[in-house]
Design a protein around this ligand. Sequence first.
Ligand SMILES: Cc1ncc(COP(=O)(O)O)c(C=O)c1O
Length: 394
Amino acid sequence: MKYDFNEVIDRHNTNSVKWDFNKEKFGEEDVIPMWIADMDFKAPEAIIEAIKKRADHGVFGYTAPDENYYKSIINWMDKHHNFKVEKQWICPAPAVVPALYWIVQSYTEKGDKIIIQPPVYHRFKGAIEDNQRIVVENPLKLVDGKYYMDFEDLEKKIDSKVKLLFLCSPHNPVGRVWTKEELTRLGEICLKHNIIVVSDEIHSDLVFEGYKHIAFPNISEDCANNSIICTAPTKTFNIAGLQVCNIIIPNEVLRDKFLNALKINAMGDLNTFGIVALEAAYNEGENWYREMLNYIQCNFNFLENYLRKYLPEIKVIKAEATYLAWVDFTALGMKNEELRDFLLKKAKVAFNDGYIFGKAGNGFQRVNLACSRYTLQEGLRRITKALNGLEKNI
Ligand SMILES: Cc1ncc(COP(=O)(O)O)c(C=O)c1O
């Protein structure tokens, strides 16, 4: 191992959303934060060096992506996902969440419906409701500890008002990597009903051994022409603060609508350091990426083994992708508020409450495992201690 992911880096006093705002966010200063989806790891050396070099130049005027920027994305997508991207399909943007808002504004009218598959990344619902569109829920089914899409329910929920479907691929928070069969069936239903698929593939590089991410346009040419793909190097390389992402739209008509949304929202230039970081990440980050993914997989194994041995009533859903563990606390028999209070006030750990991802998340928590093994161990030790204390009080 070349990189030391065990190193605990003090992130306090860096304006870190995860580490510097515990009191404001949770009302508790001394919790271990394992919630928002960034990593506690240092980014690859190649990114740090590229940023330093660019910083040394000292002039930070308006910046635009050049040929090398586009090539870096095209090569990465081809090598990792066999996704053959053409340069003109790529629409750079600062981040996926604002892009989701512009997507809603570009392809729907107020009062139109958009389908989501909860429990799912909570900002999907926000992007729809904040724009006065209507959320239609097509909940995933949990069968023997694994989540599946419910196609019968999906077809029942579709009417002429449904214009978009937000697909989370791989899925945050349940950790599924959708199979070719699942994506094909979904794609066909959407084609049949003229529903554009917005495939958020921000977690697509974070897929564990034995699973393969399929870029949605690889399903078929028709699906490619009926889709909008959200990608970024920000989750993969821990550079979310640098604000860089790429919305890939193969269909020219759909692409023009999105580009118009960028225009009318005056979304012009990219962040200078975002461009530099993306190129370094995609061109030189491979070794770091492989080792990081292996470390995350080991953190998942550690979590599973620990729970099995010391806290068997708490179950973790088997993850196929992402660094976000979807953990089932329902056997503790606590209501949402009680579970939240217990974890924050007694155990002193801060996770994401499962219910923010939808009703099916009641009693669940999303736990961010992109941290050092020490942090994970300490979080689990705190829960164990708090639960033991609870038993003694009973
Ligand atoms: C599915 C998904 N989409 C988008 C985002 C956020 O992306 P960005 O930081 O580019 O807005 C996240 C972050 O957790 C996510 O899980």
